[in-house]
Design a protein around this ligand. Structure first.
Ligand SMILES: [Zn+2]
Length: 138
């Protein structure tokens, strides 16, 4: 069975709204993230970001449009719930496991979704967005 799915709590947690759930592809993103995940600490998939306010003067942000979510990898924070459990459980081991996870997600979700993992900003989480137009808006 795939991991239990939780949403990060608190005022800086993952905000999920009905608008997210009205997008079948966003629901699919979350399901596929769980189904393709490597072993995760506590067998929990943690959504770390949902909706957020668009940044002033920033580029198009699909979080603000209910079209993007982030998933914890824990590459830099291996003791947190939901962190990837790699073998060996070193930083590079976790990085490789998370990279492969992001590639499995991208393959399953197809071209209507953008999956972003890698330096500099996307190490401790994988960004996933429903963006049929294309381009990365992490
Ligand atoms: Zn994101």
């Amino acid at each position: 069975m795939s991991p239990r799915i939780v949403f990060k709590a608190g005022s800086n947690g993952a905000f999920l709204y009905a608008e997210h759930l009205h997008d079948p592809m966003l629901c699919r993103i979350i399901a596929i993230a769980a189904e393709t995940a490597p072993p995760l600490r506590s067998d929990v998939l943690v959504v770390t970001e949902g909706w957020r306010r668009a940044r002033q003067g920033g580029k198009r942000d699909l979080h603000a449009r209910f079209k993007a979510v982030d998933f914890r990898t824990g590459v830099e924070s291996p003791l947190m719930e939901g962190a990837v459990l790699a073998s060996p459980n070193s930083r590079i081991g976790r990085f490789r496991a998370a990279k492969l996870w992001s590639e499995r997600m991208a393959e399953r979700l197809g071209s209507d979704c953008d999956i972003v993992f890698g330096p500099p900003k996307h190490i401790d989480h994988i960004h996933a967005e429903h963006d049929p137009i294309g381009g990365r808006n992490a």
